[in-house]
Write a protein that binds this ligand. Structure first.
Ligand code: TXA
Ligand code: MG
Length: 409
């Protein structure tokens, strides 16, 4: 199939959906939907996916997804064309129930005990698990030819209802052009992909704001490898495992974070984890990471905050032009005092969470990148956060977005 038939031009429709009008009664995989407008939008989206084999953008609790039929290679191929995504980067398959999950797994497959603990605690939710695709139920275009497939049940009522109504698994990467920050509001998607998709379901801002945690628990040692830190923290996973397996006689697996706790050269080459091979999460303008507590590399002398912020005016192309700097700092960062009143510099602040509240910073990070980029700033500066809890996923994204790092003392 040539690329011309993969990308069509659309008059993009943005359809409002009310997540509060959708409920999954306990024990049921069928949504009950009280808003006629939301039901109509979901039906239109399902028709677009199934009958026209086109992509639909839908909200999830993490970021907006660009969905297509996971079991139809031609439909899924449109995802790659729409995003300009490299074909060797595999997609996550989204299902609405355990019944739908089992339809994708090898016949007779039993979910390992340590996965059961995670499923019980975190599904539906921002956790993606690798499963064997040994009998090839999921097409190669989704798995990029790997023997595994990444699957999750999203908790966002609109995402889960769309999958349940369509009654088919949906492959969905983040709904952004490849390399850009992931969208957390429908407006971000519209700015980026209008004319390239037929339907955007608008379910409001995403509550988590960073992509799901991708976990590989298929190794013989039974340890869990975090391929991508995300919405579910390592601390949450360790706690759930300890609580669930305590007294069961099953050893509690270790949770290993890629690059922090182990290296995998093969994986660095085959880009099974975002940003390993390709640039990722990047606004169109340069991003400077301000390091305020990590140890500077040898040969690097830290600058004082005052000198650093004063030097920003030197970015001006003419003596009279103001430099516009987008500022992403924790609410209570000591650097806030310096990011103002510099002659020649206009600061545009986008407020993140407080230092002690990385989940708010996670929720606002991509919105901050995209909002400041759209305002036309010349540079975005962002301060590092501690790499615990959501901070691990935040710094994973920020390092990949940053074009340079500066050490301040
Ligand atoms: O929160 C999310 O996960 C969002 C929403 C839309 O669900 N989706 C998302 O998809 O972030 P995407 O395509 O941006 O990231 C998918 C990543 C791949 O880049 C890869 O790292 C990992 O998931 N992945 C998928 N299949 C894999 C596989 N078979 N083996 C290893 N990693 C895999
Ligand atoms: Mg992505």
């Amino acid at each position: 199939m040539g690329s011309s038939s993969l990308t069509s031009k659309f008059a993009t429709e943005v359809l409002s959906c009310d997540p509060a009008s959708v409920h999954f009664p306990p024990g049921s995989d069928e949504p009950s939907i009280t808003s006629p407008e939301t039901l109509q939008a979901l039906r239109a989206a399902s028709h677009h996916l199934k009958d026209k084999k086109q992509c639909v953008v839908f909200p999830t609790e993490t970021v907006y997804g660009l969905g297509a039929l996971a079991l139809d290679s031609d439909a899924s191929r449109r995802i790659f064309a729409t995003k300009n995504r490299p074909p060797d980067n595999p997609l996550i398959v989204h299902v609405s129930s355990m019944t739908m999950l089992y339809r994708l797994l090898p016949p007779g497959y039993r979910i390992p005990k340590h996965y059961e603990a995670l499923v019980k605690r975190f599904w539906p939710g921002p956790l993606t698990l690798l499963f064997p695709n040994t009998v090839g139920k999921v097409p190669d275009i989704i798995t990029a030819g790997h023997p595994t497939v990444a699957i999750r049940i999203p908790s966002h009522p609109i995402a889960r209802a769309l999958i349940a109504i369509a009654d088919v698994p949906l492959a969905a990467p983040s709904a952004n052009s490849s390399g850009r920050p992931s969208p957390t509001r429908a407006e971000h998607v519209y700015d980026d992909l209008k004319d390239k998709v037929g339907i955007i379901l608008d379910g409001g801002p995403c509550s988590v704001g960073l992509e799901s945690t991708v976990v590989d628990g298929l190794h013989e040692d039974n340890n869990l490898r975090i391929l991508r830190p995300g919405g579910i923290t390592v601390e949450d996973i360790e706690k759930a495992l300890a609580e669930d397996l305590d007294g069961s006689g099953i050893p509690v697996p270790k949770v290993l974070v890629h690059r922090r706790d182990y290296k995998d050269e093969g994986m660095e080459q085959a880009p099974t984890t975002p940003g390993m091979k390709y640039r990722h999460y990047s606004p169109t303008v340069p991003v400077t990471l301000l390091c305020t507590h990590s140890i500077p590399p040898q040969d690097t002398t830290p600058t004082s905050p005052h000198d650093y912020f004063s030097s920003l005016k030197d970015l001006s192309r003419t003596p009279t032009e103001l430099v516009k700097v987008g500022v992403l700092l924790p609410l209570d960062s000591p650097l806030q005092a310096f990011a103002k009143d510099v002659p020649g510099v206009e600061f545009h602040h986008f407020v993140l969470g407080s230092v002690s509240d990385p989940s708010t910073t996670a929720q606002r990070l991509f919105d901050g990148f995209l909002t400041l980029d759209k305002m036309g700033v010349d540079l975005i500066i962002i301060e590092e956060v501690e790499e615990d809890r959501e901070g691990l996923a935040i710094m994973n994204r920020v390092r990949k977005a940053a074009t340079e790092s500066r050490w301040l003392r």
